[in-house]
Design a protein. Structure first.
Ligand SMILES: Nc1ncnc2c1ncn2[C@@H]1O[C@H](COP(=O)(O)OP(=O)(O)OP(=O)(O)O)[C@@H](O)[C@H]1O
Ligand SMILES: [Mg+2]
Length: 300
């Protein structure tokens, strides 16, 4: 670790980041900002400070498109060092964006937060997705997330005045401690292409140790319904609804009710359900595309 006047391991640490005292924080700390506002960098800094102060804490990676604790389409809650977490719980949100998928995001985050507190985390750092654009419903979605989760602290990380409606509202409430600061000038914006490449690399790494398995789905609940298409991305879930592993549907046999899957999961004993998405993930290129509803095969 090297430190030089506000720069730690190459990360610019603006003075106002230090206003959040790791020894004083408790509960959910929610970090909100537009894409490329430096949310994840700030969250990782804050989390590292909590670890230095030996606070029981957890990290909630809440961005299904640019996730770093799990593959895209999932949200993860990790405990311990983020490079080698002692434990991780994952929820599948079946999409790489919260757009059109906000209910699933709300429930996934809420479940993970409750899991974190049940695991005795005193502080949970929640690194949110960057959807705040009012034209895409982003600001209303963030409002709903704050109302639902009731964070003890909210950090607004602004580029300009895009967060002003939330700030105006929540600064006057006495339910949360509100921090507001501007993005560091060291933030490096990423183009849609770079973001896509990142996702592709994340999927490729995730499936690098994958193997083919075949499962009989007669006894297996399939959410929302057994409607399949080639290369469909799906999640194999446990009895609590957490994601054990992602899988790609290679083939399905209608009569025998068998699915042929590509997955890195080693044992199939703990699979309690299958959660389908409308995304196809190419097992060679690891590119995703949304599958049109009318081409999905119906089997119910
Ligand atoms: N304080 C900083 N010092 C140096 N580099 C930074 C800093 N903040 C962000 N960056 C760099 O800018 C880029 C984007 O930052 P980051 O991923 O934290 O933003 P984000 O708001 O989480 O983006 P996203 O919308 O994808 O979630 C990264 O390459 C990161 O290393
Ligand atoms: Mg981020």
């Amino acid at each position: 670790m090297w430190y030089k006047e506000g720069v730690l391991n190459g990360i610019d640490i603006p003075p106002f980041w230090k206003v959040l005292r790791p020894d004083h924080l408790r509960g959910l700390v929610m970090v909100i900002g537009a894409p490329d506002s430096g949310k994840s960098t700030f969250c990782r800094y804050l989390y590292s400070q909590l670890l230095v102060h030996q606070r029981p804490c957890a990290y909630l990676d809440g961005d299904p498109g640019q996730s770093f604790l799990g593959p895209p389409t999932t949200l993860s809650l990790a405990i311990g060092d983020l490079k080698q977490p002692t434990q991780v719980w994952r929820r599948f949100v079946a999409s790489i964006s919260p757009r059109g998928n906000m209910l699933s995001m709300l429930t996934a985050v809420s479940r993970l937060m409750r899991k974190g507190f049940r695991q005795n985390a005193e502080v949970i750092v929640y690194d949110t997705d960057g959807l705040v654009d009012p034209l895409q419903g982003g600001i209303y979605y963030k409002f709903a997330l704050i109302e639902l989760l009731a964070p003890q602290a909210i950090c607004f990380l602004s580029l300009e005045n895009e967060l002003q409606p939330l700030l105006n509202y929540f600064q006057r409430q006495n339910r949360h401690t509100v921090y507001h600061f501007y993005a560091s000038s060291a933030v490096q914006p990423r183009s849609p292409d770079v973001r896509r490449q990142y996702r592709t690399a994340q999927f490729a790494a995730y499936f690098s140790s994958a193997r083919q398995i075949e499962i009989d789905w007669r006894e297996m609940p399939i959410w929302p319904a057994p409607r399949f298409f080639p290369n469909q991305l799906l999640a194999l879930t446990d009895r609590e609804g957490y994601c054990l592993s992602l899988a790609i549907l290679l083939d399905h046999h209608v009569e025998a009710k068998r699915l042929q899957l590509l997955t890195p999961l080693s044992g199939i004993e703990s699979i309690a359900g299958i959660h389908l998405s409308r995304l196809a993930l190419d097992p060679q290129t690891f590119q995703t595309h949304l599958f049109a509803a009318d081409t999905v095969s119906k089997e119910d």
